[in-house]
Design a protein around this ligand. Structure first.
Ligand code: ADP
Ligand code: MG
Length: 643
């Protein structure tokens, strides 16, 4: 008959050369099913090392260890995890309970890795706790329990998967004498129930309760009282778990992730903030960008598709048109002679203060030609536009925009025929334009006064150069042809291309290009904040300290495979990303709607929200991967021992 546990010349050395420590130095030992063994020895004699090897948390450096005749040296990490899960239940000196989980949840952990369904799991954990006298403490966290109670919770956890072997490493070490006595009684009951108990202690009184005592010193067995006949031949356990399905694995991970995020609320909030800001920024800024671009396009379209614009300055120069002296009124007159043209409007503008009686009002005064209403398709509200004759005569006449008229004539009088002082000279009001409202950029189009260009140049602007020429073409199908003719004409007149000629289509194009650049900028802002968020995610996982490392150790000791740990950590990162994504999208939408309420033009489309949310998730995935891998590769003994 093969022994349940069989060690042959097992060695476990730490370090090498001068610093080599022989924690176990040739241990041969057989333990039969149903034994109650105490392993005694002084501190540092190698007891814990022996227990870690017995429990498959650690592998021997040399020699052979067989469980039910199977050499563990031939088992991979997952097979070892399964062996721990089904065969061994661990009880530690410092209990090693998860501080953030309730007593019930702590007891449930091994069953998660054995794939026991949720209800069955909770029921069994509750039963075990009740049997151990903790029926009214199931929802308490370890911090709310006494040492003895915590140790009973850890015993319930060891029993959860119906382990055949209970490995207890100095379980009474941190307990008072009363709790110690209770615990030993529990161990005796478990032994009576058919389990194999291996109890490690340095206390000979505690060891006396066992049926076999093995003494160990400097990594070697120095005495062994031998197997008690009565213990041999108990029925071996049949229970065996199976790995959890992917679905339970994920749902468990989400639960655990939420729990651990809740446990560190402040840290979680800070990390979430990074993700939220990034996502909200993308959603809100794209809504604003999209909204303004739509409005710009709409207002360009209302200008009509038959316009050509000439501005002074060579293509690509960034100087403001008014500072460049290349376009003249003669240029405009020459263009007017071309074919397919309805109107050519030269324009020069400046800021002036208008005065009526004691009322002052400063506005944009534009010198234009009489053709201006035709080119702009702008109706009169009152009176009439000045005529070509007025222009020729240098008439001191003005047409007011609605905003200017209502500021200078606040009592609703009809300004037509009245006089407005501009630059000290009286201008007769010929008419008032119909109201048009604001441009996409928020500029009030009605805040303008128009004078004949001739008068303006002579009396107001002090310069003979134009800030622009607007050309309205007759047949829009020939607009490109006309544009070319105008270009050649100006080239011939100036000898060099010191002007820019554009049509509405190319204006639209440049607006869209600006829009693209804007989106790119937003994208990089978002990418940077998501990066910050991602680093936060990584920080949560990597710098999580002892508590977290011990948790990994406990999970591994109770049967978690590397993939379980990996899934858990990745899920946690994904939960942060997803949560940040959802909150970010909501906040972004809220901000957009709020801005929309203030009159800003916004356009909410689903794409930015979807894009930003996916980016947040991807951030979680990418930045969670490294910490997850690090956690999954951790050595269970080292993880459990972390201080
Ligand atoms: P016990 O549990 O009997 O007090 P241990 O098994 O913990 O003793 O340790 C046995 C010896 O091995 C001690 O000298 C200890 O310092 C050494 N040891 C244990 N773990 C390590 C390790 N990870 N690295 C180096 N030395 C270790
Ligand atoms: Mg020890």
């Amino acid at each position: 008959m093969t022994a349940l546990l069989d060690l042959y010349d097992v060695r476990r050395f730490y370090g090498a050369g001068d610093t080599e420590v022989r924690a176990l130095d040739g241990v041969s030992l057989s333990i039969e099913a149903g034994e109650f063994v105490a392993i005694v020895g002084q501190s540092g004699s190698g007891k814990s090392t022996l227990m870690n090897i017995l429990g498959c948390l650690d592998r021997p450096t040399g020699g052979a260890y067989k469980v039910r005749g199977v050499n563990v040296a031939g088992l991979d990490a997952d097979a070892l995890a399964a062996l721990r899960r089904d065969t061994f239940g661990f009880v530690f000196q410092r209990y090693n309970l998860l501080a953030t989980a309730t007593a019930l949840e702590n007891v449930e952990i091994p069953a998660i890795y054995a794939g026991l369904p949720l209800e069955a799991r909770a029921a069994r954990a509750g039963e075990l706790l009740a049997k151990l006298g903790l029926g009214d403490r199931t929802s308490h966290r370890p911090g709310e329990l006494s040492g003895g109670q915590q140790q009973r919770v850890s015993i319930a956890r060891a029993l959860m998967n119906d382990a055949e072997v209970i490995l207890a490493d100095e379980p009474t070490g941190a307990l008072d004498s009363g709790s110690s006595a209770e615990l030993l009684t529990l161990l005796e009951e478990m032994h009576a129930g058919g389990r194999t108990i291996i109890l490690i202690t340095h206390d000979h009184d505690v060891a006396a309760r066992a049926h076999r005592t093995i003494e160990i010193k400097d990594g070697r067995i120095v005495s062994d009282s031998g197997v008690r006949k009565a213990d041999i031949g108990r029925e071996p356990y049949k229970h065996h778990g199976h790995a959890p399905t992917a679905l339970t694995q994920v749902s468990e991970s989400v639960k655990m992730a939420l729990r651990s995020l809740r446990a560190n609320l402040f840290r979680t909030a800070l990390t979430l903030l990074g993700v939220i800001i990034g996502v909200a920024a993308v959603v809100a800024m794209l809504a604003i960008g999209e909204g303004s671009s739509k409005q710009v396009v709409a207002s360009i379209e209302t200008m009509g598709s038959n316009l050509l614009f000439v501005r002074p300055g060579a293509p690509g120069t960034r100087m403001r048109g008014s500072a460049i002296a290349t376009l003249t009124i003669e240029d405009a007159n020459a263009i007017a002679e071309l074919d397919n043209i309805i109107a050519t409007v030269p324009e020069r503008e400046g800021r002036e203060t208008l005065r009526v009686g004691s009322l002052d009002y400063s506005t944009r005064v534009s010198g234009v030609s009489a053709d201006w209403p035709k080119a702009q398709k702008w109706e009169m509200g009152k009176g009439a536009f000045f005529s070509a004759d007025d222009q020729r005569r240098y008439a001191t006449t003005v047409v007011l925009g609605e905003t200017v008229a209502s500021n200078l004539f606040p009592n609703g009088e009809n300004p037509v025929g009245d006089y407005v002082f501009i630059g000290g000279a009286p201008f007769e009001v010929a008419g008032v334009l119909s109201a048009r409202g604001a441009t996409a950029w928020g500029q009030d189009m009605d805040d303008v006064a128009l004078v004949p260009i001739t008068t303006g140049m002579m009396r107001l602007f002090g310069q003979q150069y134009l800030s622009s020429i607007t050309i309205a073409v007759e047949d829009t199908r020939r607009i490109n042809e006309t544009e070319e003719e105008a270009r050649e004409l100006l080239l011939a007149r100036h000898g060099t291309e010191d002007f820019q000629l554009r049509n509405t289509a190319s204006l639209l194009e440049s607006v869209q290009e600006t829009q693209k650049a804007f989106s790119l900028l937003l994208g990089s802002v978002a990418a940077i904040s998501l990066l910050v968020g991602g680093i936060g995610v990584m920080n949560i996982m990597l710098g999580s300290g002892t508590e977290r490392t011990r948790e990994i150790g406990v999970r591994m000791a109770t049967g978690a495979r590397r993939s379980d740990i990996m899934v858990q950590f990745n899920t946690e990162a994904l939960v942060v990303g997803g949560l940040g994504g959802v909150l970010g999208v909501l906040i972004g939408l809220g901000v957009s709607l709020g801005l929309g309420g203030t009159g800003m033009s916004i356009a909410i489309t689903p794409e930015p929200a979807i894009l930003a949310f996916s980016c947040a998730l991807a951030t979680g995935l990418v930045f969670g991967y490294l910490p997850a891998r690090k956690a999954a590769r951790m050595d269970p003994v080292a993880a459990l021992a972390s201080e």
